[in-house]
Design a protein around this ligand. Sequence first.
Ligand SMILES: [Ca+2]
Ligand SMILES: [Ca+2]
Length: 150
Amino acid sequence: MKLLLVCLLLAAVTTLTKGRRALCNPGTWCPYGGRSYIFIATPKSWAYAQMFCQSLGGTLAVIHNRNTNDFLRTLSSRMDTWIGFSDAQYNGVWLWINSERVVFRNWCRGEPNNSGGNQDCAIINFKGEDCWDDEVCMANRPFVCERENE
Ligand SMILES: [Ca+2]
Ligand SMILES: [Ca+2]
């Protein structure tokens, strides 16, 4: 019975993902644009999310263009999701966790607003929308990791 359910689920996922550029099974690394990404649905604080990504051989995901943004938006099912973008070092100075240059941003209107004076970590899919918000880093959120392809 359990096996049948798993098969049905797999069939459903396969149907849903048909036509996309890559077939990604939930909980596995998904190659895209020269890197691989994984969505972790278990909510963690930003720092613990990064540590978890490191334990998988990666970092929190970095976004350099619209295509990657859209891909991760789909991968994360449009849930509030941490990415590796933070201004914790110096408020207002947003840096990628792998130190790569910032060439793409997708802030929601009025964001980042540093609300309450301590929003230093970025999520995608704010309120389900296609834009980013700064939030309190201690908040528990799902997250996406990335790593180099083997
Ligand atoms: Ca801030
Ligand atoms: Ca905010």
